[in-house]
Write a protein that binds this ligand. Structure first.
Ligand code: NAP
Length: 261
């Protein structure tokens, strides 16, 4: 039996319209979880709803929201109040690539709002409600880039360092209170991420199957590096001094952002 079936089978997934979030929605629907799906693109969410309800006989609620907006995050908090979610998967996020002063500052600031601020608000609401309840799971998204500074994607890497640190803190705070917290730290994944960030993703792994790996690890470890590529890249980098990691990431990210220019 999948160990995550111990959680109440109602999950909220942000970033569910694409990539890794969509893979989570699929894995959970396949295993009988009813879902609240959050992203901005209502049409994509409706297609997913029709597919999952038809194929898996579960109930899907589409909740189109822009989580860079305070009022939309507040609407989501009300949904958390009204439902007994067993799992919270906070996958919504985006990045950007380029020299920092050439990037659109509004986009950089709203990245911090989505990748960090919305995650803090939603996690706080969920944990406050669930602290003495039955077993729950909170899945957060760091990244390979979150373990050191990364030139040419400095803001994005910093948002992921924030989530990594946040998840590690919460993991130990809530370990004995019934809430399993995990940080997912993928390497490059072929999804909508690269196009939006302006990054060439090269030998990226497919998002399919990431959810299954993460859900098996939930409650057992604080950080999961899903798949061979993220493990290989992650552990090779971690063995190096932090300054050297940043230097190497500058070369790698430079190729991803600027190509051979
Ligand atoms: N792909 C990678 O290489 C990689 C590596 C490490 C970590 N990650 C992290 O993994 C998570 C999932 O990324 P992904 O690769 O699956 O990217 P993706 O395919 O671009 O998916 C991102 C999801 O976030 C949603 N989203 C974006 N802006 C939003 C907003 N303002 N409000 C609500 N939803 C929003 C998108 O839907 P809409 O556009 O419809 O809103 C989409 O469903 C992110 O946190 C990312 O930082 C990705």
């Amino acid at each position: 039996m999948n160990t995550y079936l111990k959680y109440n089978r109602l999950a909220l997934v942000t970033g569910a319209s694409s990539g890794i979030g969509k893979d989570f929605a699929y894995e959970l629907a396949k295993n009988g979880f009813s879902l609240y799906l959050v992203a901005r693109d209502v049409q994509k969410l409706k297609w997913i709803k029709t597919e999952f309800e038809t194929n898996f006989g579960i109930q899907v609620t589409v909740f189109p929201k822009d989580l860079t907006k305070e009022e939309d995050v507040d609407d989501l908090l009300k949904v958390i109040d009204l439902n007994d979610f067993g799992l919270m998967v906070l996958a919504a996020g985006f990045g950007s690539g380029g020299k920092f002063d050439s990037l659109d500052i509004e986009n950089e600031a709203s990245m911090v709002d989505l990748n960090c601020k919305s995650v803090v608000k939603i996690s706080h609401h969920f944990l406050k409600k669930n602290i003495k309840g039955e077993r729950k799971g909170l899945i957060l998204f760091g990244s390979l880039v979150g373990f050191q500074g990364v030139p040419w994607t400095a803001t994005y890497a910093a948002t992921k360092a924030f989530i990594q640190s946040f998840a590690e803190g919460l993991y130990w705070e809530y370990k004995k209170s019934g809430v399993d917290v995990i940080s997912v730290a993928p390497g490059p994944v072929q999804s909508g991420f690269g196009d939006r960030a302006g990054m060439f993703m090269g030998n990226a792994q497919s998002p399919e199957g990431i959810a299954k790996i993460v859900l098996k690890k939930l409650g057992k470890t604080v950080t999961v590096r899903p798949g061979f590529l993220s493990k290989f890249l992650g552990y090779s980098l971690l063995s190096l001094p932090r300054n050297l990691r940043t230097f190497l990431m500058k070369q790698i990210m430079g190729k991803m952002v600027f190509g051979n220019k």
